[in-house]
Design a protein. Sequence first.
Length: 108
Amino acid sequence: MNMKQTKRTIDKTAEQKYWQNQFRNESYYEPGKKFEEYEPAYRTAIEGYDRYSDTAPTFDAAEKSLKADYEKLKDKTELGWDKAKDAAKAAWHRLEVAMPGDADRDGR
């Protein structure tokens, strides 16, 4: 029996809109920060989940690659990875919850 998971297509535009409306409600949000400062972290996770989740099913397993991607995408934001990481992790976990199964066995 083949247990291969079917990967769904990620609606990147919908994910960006979700985070644009949600980011101020997150525990990592720093008052006064704009969405544009967090956007590269969300984009890194959204694109990274699509790219890495087959070979690195957890955020922690993909973090090294995600951090490198973030450094290339962060544009003019002054948000370093140490602060952007939580936003990226939230976006990764949101996508993970939407996928069938529990590939990383963390109950999400």
